[in-house]
Design a protein around this ligand. Structure first.
Ligand code: SF4
Length: 338
């Protein structure tokens, strides 16, 4: 499969307490399916808009393949969107000269799911942490080491870890190293792509607590990408649920968790483990798989798995509408059937 991207077009906007705004972001890949078949378009992300508030966490939730990781890569400028705009503190990130883009890129860092794969096994922790400083600053070796040790202390690593290799650490410690590397250039925003998914549940809580402490201490804003709503419940201020490249529900965490309105959000939440018996929901089993983005269904992309689908759902794509405190894309909600 060969992937190519189309060229972007851009617009932008800002708000007082907003640090990042995404407007109608799209990532459409042209996919070659074989010698004798025509190219197809995969709409990995298809018109996603949101705002991220300073010092807060926006959680992006959905199953594997819903476009959330692609979105994260666009926000960190690893991928250029096909269309849309990203505004970071008044800067249109997709229409900057190379020097300014490199400068602002430092302010938005990404942490990946797999700290095993993202840390070079042949390099010592000190070298790994100092690499971004070597590339992006004029700091002396002594200054780089001092900075690395101070960030290591912030994430709960000890001075003696500086000269050790990644394989000498546990999974939780490796994720601390990955977080430390993300902090080396003093970013304002961290995009965390499934940062605790590879960890044991007990270690997940430690890493989440660390991330929340760092947020308080450093005033960081997080875009927290996860398939797991129970993880998101701890850390999010706002929640955005995605399905096949589109946003289906968006709102404050408290509203989404207490009153999920989109059938997909309801199903995701019903399968989230709850220790508190009062909070447990009747399990809504999601039948079937996420449809192929190569051949998405007409109408609402969720209709094949939705117990509330009617004829309209098979032909008309629902758009995000304001319902109570949330934005929801669902005909049944709009029609008052839910
Ligand atoms: Fe279900 Fe229809 Fe709502 Fe889609 S639009 S979630 S198919 S009720």
């Amino acid at each position: 499969m060969i992937l190519t991207t189309e060229s972007p077009t851009n617009t932008g906007s800002t708000m007082a307490d907003t640090i990042l705004t995404a407007q109608e972001l799209k990532q459409h890949y042209r996919v070659k399916q074989g010698f004798f078949k025509p190219e197809a378009t995969v709409k990995a992300v298809d018109g996603v808009s949101f705002t991220l508030k300073k010092g807060q966490t926006l959680a992006i939730v959905g199953e594997s393949g819903c476009g959330k990781s692609t979105l994260g890569r666009m926000l960190t400028m690893i991928e250029t969107p096909t269309a849309g705009a990203v505004d970071f503190e008044g800067h249109d990130l997709l229409n900057l000269d190379k020097q300014k883009q490199a400068e602002l890129r430092q302010k938005i860092q990404i942490i990946f799911q797999n700290p095993y794969g993202s840390l070079n096994p042949r390099k010592k922790i000190g070298t790994i942490l100092e690499e971004p400083l070597v590339i992006n600053t004029n700091m002396s070796q002594a200054e780089r080491k001092q900075k690395a040790l101070s960030i290591m202390a912030k994430v709960g690593l000890k001075e003696e870890h500086y000269n050790r290799y990644p394989h000498m650490f546990s999974g939780g410690q490796r994720q601390r190293i990955a977080i430390a590397r993300g902090l080396m250039l003093d970013p304002d925003i961290i995009v965390a792509d499934e940062p605790v998914s590879a960890l044991d549940v007990s270690v997940q809580a430690q890493v989440l607590n660390l991330m929340m402490d760092l947020q308080d201490e450093l005033g960081l804003s997080y875009v927290f990408i996860s398939h797991d709503l129970s993880v998101v419940e701890h850390i999010a201020d706002d929640v955005m649920v995605m399905y096949l490249g589109k946003v289906v529900e968006k709102g404050k965490k408290a509203d989404i968790f207490s009153n999920p309105q989109h059938p997909y959000t309801q199903a995701l939440l019903s399968s989230t483990p709850q220790l508190n018996a009062d909070k447990r929901r009747t399990r809504i089993k999601l039948e079937g798989e996420l449809p192929s983005p190569l051949n998405p269904p007409n109408g609402c992309a969720f209709h094949g798995r939705c117990i509330h689908a009617n004829d309209r759902c098979h032909t008309e794509t629902p758009t995000l509408q304001s319902q109570k405190n949330q934005l929801i894309a669902c005909h049944a909600v709009e029609e008052g059937r839910l």
